[in-house]
Design a protein around this ligand. Structure first.
Ligand SMILES: [Zn+2]
Length: 128
């Protein structure tokens, strides 16, 4: 994937354990087009909210940007819809990877706390 590091945001998330992690989101390079790019704010997270088959192989989509809440509907050809679907699949893959990293970060914190409690003799057989 061709990503330019010049357009990104970093969101710091504070886990319940107090540990902070950074989630980096990349935005499309200047000039990138497609149904996934918001014409209002430039976010590449535009999603279809409603869709219906239209005549002659076209699709009617209601699109919405979760970043700035821009919304619009229109009729698009199969190629545009296929490209959007590809982006949505890639977005889902990224989201699952983020979730996996978050879960691992949480688990490593729990393991550290558990090990510290064991070392301090705070966990006894009757705890189980
Ligand atoms: Zn937007």
């Amino acid at each position: 994937m061709n990503r330019r590091p010049d357009r990104h945001t970093i969101r710091r998330i504070l886990l319940p354990s107090g540990r902070a992690i950074e989630v980096v989101r990349f935005y499309p390079a200047q000039g990138e087009t497609g149904l996934h790019v918001c014409p209002s704010c430039g976010s590449d997270l535009v999603q279809p909210v409603e869709w219906a088959e239209a005549p002659r192989g076209f699709w009617e989509l209601l699109l919405r940007c979760p970043n700035c809440f821009w919304t619009d509907d229109g009729v698009f050809d199969q190629e545009q819809v296929d490209a959007l679907e590809e982006r949505l699949d890639a977005g889902l893959t990224e989201m699952l990877a983020d979730l996996r990293r978050l879960t691992q970060a949480n688990m490593s914190q729990e393991i550290e706390r558990f090990a510290a409690a064991l070392n301090a003799d705070l966990i006894l057989p009757e705890d189980f």
